[in-house]
Design a protein around this ligand. Structure first.
Ligand code: S3P
Length: 167
């Protein structure tokens, strides 16, 4: 079973992914972490500083293509994975359950109030535009969505776990 978590920054993809992978006894891979590792750097912010968003996106597509070759795992994608049509093709062709963690912009803003690790969160107005642009793309790509605003990480993981076990 291949499970891919998508959604905006701060939706909880990495935290939920780790817990879900534990529940389902599957390996977990975080796309952002793999990108950072592939460039032998320390953080996403450092990648943006050194190679810009363009370099980050290029690495993201390469890393995604590699990760999707694996079969049984849980993958947390970066929120911007949907910004490149190449990634959408890869994801759509991946025979995976693609799950959208849908959080409202207010929830995200609260969660990321003090966040300094995400370069595209620095300008809130641009972030809001990205959010609006991406919502329909997440929706269209997902096998199903979970409204996560009022749920804890463990509750989101449990909902997904039940749902995929039933499939
Ligand atoms: C991005 C989201 C980040 C990370 C990078 C770009 C985006 O991942 O990939 O900062 O474009 O929304 P998270 O969604 O895990 O924060």
């Amino acid at each position: 079973m291949k499970i891919i978590l998508i959604g905006f920054m701060g939706a909880g993809k990495t935290s939920v992914g780790k817990e879900l992978a534990r529940d389902l006894k599957l390996p977990f891979i975080d796309c952002d972490q793999e990108i950072v590792n592939s460039l032998e750097l320390q953080s996403v912010a450092e990648v943006f500083d050194l190679v810009g968003e363009e370099g980050f996106r290029q690495a993201e597509t390469e890393v995604l293509a590699e990760i999707l070759k694996e079969n049984s795992l849980v993958i947390a994608c970066g929120g911007g994975v949907v910004s490149d049509p190449k990634n959408l093709d890869l994801l759509q062709g991946s025979k995976s359950k693609i799950i959208w963690l849908n959080a409202g912009f207010d929830t995200i803003s609260e969660r990321l109030t003090d966040d300094t690790t995400r370069p595209l969160w620095r300008d809130k107005e641009k972030a809001k535009e990205l959010f609006m642009e991406r919502q329909p793309i997440y929706k269209n790509l997902a096998s199903f969505e979970i409204q996560v605003d009022s749920l804890r990480i463990s509750e989101v993981a449990a909902v997904i776990s039940d749902r995929v076990k039933g499939d």
